[in-house]
Design a protein around this ligand. Structure first.
Ligand code: EPU
Length: 420
């Protein structure tokens, strides 16, 4: 277990490099299972969620070789079992996306109900219903599922809501099926496009990725390939917010501002000063931010993964703002900690909170509830007066590589402690 001790109010400025996108790497890595040929993936972020995914793959028999910094080769020619390690799978929500490639290549997979951040109920009915439509049968055990299909066949699939991992799982299963699959109401996230591009480069026939209708013509064989993980837009947005409230100027390198268009429109509207380039954002300290209501939405809308950092901005803003989290019902779980630090936020219900700003924040002993709430509390501690102790930093480590060192390079006073 790790904790951070943060002494706040240091002026933060300098350059920060954005890592490969967690939620893309977590899909393109399992997609290598679709082929017995080797694949190479670069720019894989050095975070706990990826380490768990690599452990799960190795347990299945995948030979993973580190070729260079953050560049790995995956050899899936010797997969010897179809049961996903339940202890590892329980640690990672994205373990669900192993179902599609395992089912498509081996006709069978068993895995427990996946774990991950506790930010709501997080059912997997969309995934399971889709596999049934593609011809699979599901055996329900006490806390696990065995999904079998001698042959997957194309189908029309219309999920009842937009699901990112659901869309990605269907794409991977349908890529090696017989016939054509259409997903109506598909997720449009950059991770979906990156997965489809990687699979198409390996012989798949997927069109429409990035739009709500994706068409997958099944093929007999997927070959090996090579790709680079796209930049993490959530990390870029998080450091952007830090730049706006952190007292100095921050340059965010190796990012793709095109993946943050709606977020940046929002930042324009609330008065944050920044410039953008093809792969760079430069954010200036912005003392006169306007309060503005915000509603999270599936991509390209305002991302739920940037909702908690946005709330920190609103605590520093004159006026009242409503935060409306529409995707997950457990994602305002950090409000009590922010109030303890001096914020004035009223929780209306599991989906909505009202922030009354501005409120100075002061350092306190707090606990990170999940990855994105955790990083928001880190930002709060960085701008607070005095010292904060943030426990459960292990959750933040799931999504942000070497965070303490990167923040120190901006001038922050952050010290990591190992406890028990
Ligand atoms: N949903 C269902 N049934 C399903 C699947 C989803 O009802 O079978 C509901 C969920 O409960 C939620 C909504 O659909 O209300 C959207 O969930 P989605 O399936 O899109 O979420 P996810 O795929 O589990 C991914 C990211 C999350 C990100 C969300 C939304 C990965 C590994 N995770 O989750 O990232 O918040 O999309 O953009 O891609 C994070 O990085 O911290 C994180 C939680």
């Amino acid at each position: 277990m790790y904790q951070y001790i943060i002494n706040g109010r240091k002026k933060l400025s300098g350059q920060i490099d954005i890592s490969g996108d967690k939620n893309t790497a977590l899909k393109i890595i399992p997609s290598t299972i679709l082929s017995s040929e080797k694949s190479i993936i670069s720019n894989i972020p050095d975070i706990t969620d990826i380490k768990i995914m690599l452990e799960i793959m190795e347990d299945l028999g995948v030979i993973i070789t580190l070729l260079d910094s953050q560049k790995y080769e995956f050899d899936c020619s010797n997969i010897h079992k179809t049961v996903i390690d339940p202890i590892l799978a329980k640690k990672l929500r994205a373990s669900t996306v192993l179902i599609g490639p395992m089912l498509a290549r081996f006709g069978e997979v068993t895995l427990p109900h996946p774990g991950g951040c506790i930010i709501g109920q997080r059912p997997i009915d969309i995934h399971l219903d889709a596999f049934v439509k593609l011809g699979a049968k599901i055996e329900y055990h006490e806390d696990s599922y065995t999904i079998k299909a001698s042959q997957l066949s194309g189908a029309k699939i219309s999920p009842h809501t937009v699901s990112v991992t659901g869309t990605e799982n269907i794409i991977m299963a349908a890529a090696l099926s017989q016939g054509t699959t259409t997903i109506e109401y598909a997720a449009c996230e950059p991770s979906v496009i990156a997965l489809a591009d990687f699979l198409n480069s390996r012989g798949a026939k997927i069109s429409g990725a990035g739009s709500p209708r994706i068409i997958i013509e099944g093929v007999d064989k997927i070959i090996g390939g090579q790709t680079t993980t796209i930049p993490d837009r959530i990390e870029a947005g998080t450091f952007f917010i830090l730049g706006a409230v952190g007292g100095g100027d921050i340059t965010i390198n190796n990012c793709d501002p095109n993946h943050l268009e709606v977020f940046l429109s929002f930042m324009d509207q609330i008065g944050i000063k920044y410039t953008r380039d093809q792969h760079q954002l430069h954010v200036y300290h912005s003392p006169d931010i306007k309060a503005k209501n915000m509603v999270t939405n599936p991509y390209p809308g305002f991302p739920t993964d940037l909702q908690a950092p946005y709330t920190i901005l609103m605590t520093q803003t004159k006026g009242l703002s409503m935060i409306h989290e529409t995707i997950f019902e457990g994602r305002l779980n950090y409000v009590e900690w922010l109030n303890k630090m001096g914020a004035n936020i009223v929780s209306c219900d599991p989906h909505r909170a009202i922030v009354f700003g501005p409120t100075p924040l002061s350092g306190k002993k707090i606990v990170s509830p999940d990855i994105r709430a955790g990083i928001a509390l880190v930002i709060a501690a960085l701008i607070a007066e005095g010292q904060s102790q943030i426990d459960n930093i292990d959750l933040v480590d799931r999504g942000y590589a070497n965070l303490d060192e990167r923040l120190q390079s901006l001038g922050a006073s952050v010290v990591r402690h190992q406890i028990n």
